[in-house]
Design a protein around this ligand. Structure first.
Ligand code: GLY
Length: 348
């Protein structure tokens, strides 16, 4: 039978495949078998994805000889905390999971980040696979090994780098997303379009979603292979994220990440134009692509409010913060800005 999925090989501290295609959930057991001998698998998911996809995944794993235990938590960013993290660790310990057992993260970015952090730390690390079911998780958070939980003081403040052993992106799962959650993923897609000319062209030419997803993953693969632990190049993936984190935080996380990233891109594009880093034509074209992804952008907070939160940003180092600025389509570069000049630098 002809191959009906696309495979992207990531060569990082762990080498793994990202498989992109349709109707892949029923093949998860088959994909996992070469990586893990029959063992215990904890399927970690949220209460929405549970009802939609857990059964298919569990059936597939059981048919391949795995013994499956399911942990379900309440959907949403508010579950990505130390309390849920502790409950999952206890769940694994109660079921006597060992280092040769594994975790399957089934869901969006919250499920992936939380499960990945559990996998990074339980018994000092066990294998995990990502089955991202949102666009945002498929093109960004499931690939590259960033795992984390939030603290009351801020997002992703505790975490570890831990590459998955496999990522399975079933694009059919995107059909059950609400338009709002789908558009949230398109905010991250807009980020990739500004970072990479090829993705920009694909988007401008209305390429099919599956090729766009593969192109974003492949771009991320290249970045992660060169700079897995974010000492340089990987910082580019934070384009738009300094203002975005402020916006998410100010909204009490009611504005989701991808939408906040799109608002952040708007702020960065305007500042790039103000500092003559880009031509008026590129500015307009890039604004158009962002709009095409997420619709009209209107940030409910002033720049002053938004940037007030930047002082706690992970990208801060001493009195400086590294912003990623746009110098052209597919040409983004880091610029160090003094924290107390940030508002002036980004202001209109
Ligand atoms: N989401 C940005 C990164 O993985 O580096």
């Amino acid at each position: 039978m002809a191959k009906i999925f696309n495979t992207i090989e990531v060569n990082a501290s762990e080498n793994y495949q990202v498989i992109v295609g349709e109707n892949l959930l029923e093949k998860v057991g088959e994909f996992l078998s070469p990586l893990l001998s029959p063992c215990k698998i904890a399927v970690i998911t949220d209460d929405i994805v549970d009802g939609l996809y857990a059964k298919q995944v569990i059936n597939s794993l059981e048919n391949s000889g795995f013994q499956v235990f399911k942990f379900v938590f309440k959907k949403g960013e508010e579950s990505k905390n130390l309390s849920t993290y502790g409950k999952i660790l206890s769940f694994l310990a109660c079921h006597e999971f060992s280092r040769t057992d594994g975790i399957v993260a089934l869901g969006g970015g919250v499920v992936g980040d939380l499960s990945g952090f559990v996998a990074a730390t339980f018994l000092r690390g066990i294998k995990y696979i990502q089955i991202p079911t949102t666009l945002l998780a498929q093109i960004d958070s499931s690939v590259g090994g960033k795992t984390a939980v939030d603290l009351p003081e801020g997002k992703n403040l505790v975490g570890a780098f831990k590459q998955p052993s496999l990522v399975v992106c079933d694009v059919k799962t995107l059909s059950t997303l609400t338009p709002e959650i789908f558009t949230d993923g398109m905010g991250e897609m807009a980020k990739y379009a500004l970072l990479d000319k090829e993705i920009y062209t694909l988007l401008s030419n209305n390429a099919p979603l599956e090729s766009l997803i593969s192109a974003c993953i492949d771009y991320k693969r290249k970045v992660v292979e060169e700079d897995e632990f974010e000492s340089g190049l990987r910082k580019l993936l934070n384009l738009g994220h300094t203002p975005a984190h402020g916006i998410e935080n100010l909204s009490g996380y009611t504005i989701p990440h991808g939408k906040a990233v799109a608002m952040g891109l708007d702020i960065i594009l305007s500042a790039s134009k103000k500092h003559n880093l880009i031509t008026d034509k590129d500015f307009e074209d890039m604004q158009e692509v962002v709009k095409k992804c997420v619709g009209k952008i209107s940030c409910p907070f002033s720049l002053e409010e938004t940037l007030g939160h930047a002082v706690n940003d992970k990208k801060r180092s001493g009195d400086f913060i590294t912003l990623i600025m746009v110098f052209g389509i597919g040409d983004c570069r880091p610029v160090k800005v003094e924290i107390n000049k940030l508002k002036e630098y980004l202001g209109y």
